[in-house]
Design a protein around this ligand. Structure first.
Ligand code: SF4
Ligand code: SF4
Length: 177
């Protein structure tokens, strides 16, 4: 199977086949790369990732560090003159990469915080202070307030196998080495 077809088959049932199929009409204009905020500071070249996907360079794309440098800001998605749904295509490719063991450590770590606290970025003292200055409760009405909701999240993590996907160790409550 061509890599493009695999991407459509994976992302289509979740985001819509037509949505992901937009990948096929990329004309390599580079507007995505030109506007990518992450690309100004990192090695990600969005146009190149799209091209490699179209050229059936499956292994190169899935094992690429660049794949994980997208912040999912959706700028490329908004700018693309061909309406290629770039960000959602990138997310779909990441799903395939994660299942093949290429999930980046930084993403595994953020995921482990979700498992441990319910937040990819748990609140810190500085943000608590800022919230107080704005007249807000010190912590938001999330798992930070409703600790019992964390059990629901952890139960979902186990049922979906997300813990296995990120390599989470329930005994140490950390990532496996
Ligand atoms: S902006 Fe759209 S058409 Fe242009 S290179 Fe990026 S994905 Fe392709
Ligand atoms: S969604 Fe990702 S690839 Fe697109 S502009 Fe934002 S950081 Fe760059």
């Amino acid at each position: 199977m061509e890599f493009v077809d695999e991407i459509i088959e994976t992302g289509g049932p979740i985001l819509g086949t037509e949505h992901i199929e937009s990948l096929r009409v990329c004309m390599q204009c580079g507007k995505c790369t030109g506007g990518c905020p992450s690309g100004r500071l990192t090695a990600i070249r969005t146009r190149k990732l799209v091209l490699e996907a179209l050229l059936n360079m499956r292994d190169e794309v899935l094992s690429s560090d660049e794949l994980w440098l997208c912040t999912t800001c959706y700028t490329c998605y908004e700018r693309c003159p061909r309406n290629v749904k770039v960000t959602d295509i990138t997310r779909t490719i990441r799903n395939i990469a994660a299942k093949e063991g290429y999930l980046a450590l930084s993403h595994r770590m953020a995921s482990s915080y979700v498992v441990k606290t319910g937040h990819a970025v748990p609140i810190n003292d500085a943000n608590k202070e800022n919230r107080k200055k704005l007249g807000l409760p010190e912590v938001p009405p999330t798992t930070h307030t409703y600790k019992e909701a964390l059990q629901g999240i952890q139960s979902l993590v186990k049922k979906t196998g997300f813990d296995e996907l990120i390599g989470f160790d329930w005994e140490t409550m950390n990532l496996k080495e």
